[in-house]
Design a protein. Sequence first.
Length: 147
Amino acid sequence: MTQEVKLDELYQEVILDHNRRPRNFGKLDDATHYAHGHNPLCGDDYHLYLKIDENGKIQKITFEGSGCAISKSSASMMTTFLEGKNGDEAEKLGSHFIGFMTKDTLSKEDREAVGRLKLFEGVRHFPVRVKCATLAWQALLNAVTGK
């Protein structure tokens, strides 16, 4: 078994784990920011809630809704990566991740900018599923930028 095959299996297991046991799943009643993400092509539908303090720091981030394993695991991982970050950092990582998933070619810097999120790289081979992986991230950008 090659190193690449082992990594692919590990990445799949991480995605499946976040799908089975999504982190930060549920409504956040005292959210200061909110966005809704819906993919009409497949039916993925998520609500994203953020509690951002007066200094711009994300105190809490949660999501609720339904969708495929890729969209749910991406949303789950996003919440674990962003709690404690400020809105600017969240916007930057969101933009990097969306670019990582949608660009035709990736530089070393593109890959490094997303850190462990590069485990979604295999999804890039299935253009229809890229929208699944980026849905929650698009909602994040809408929530933090107010657009």
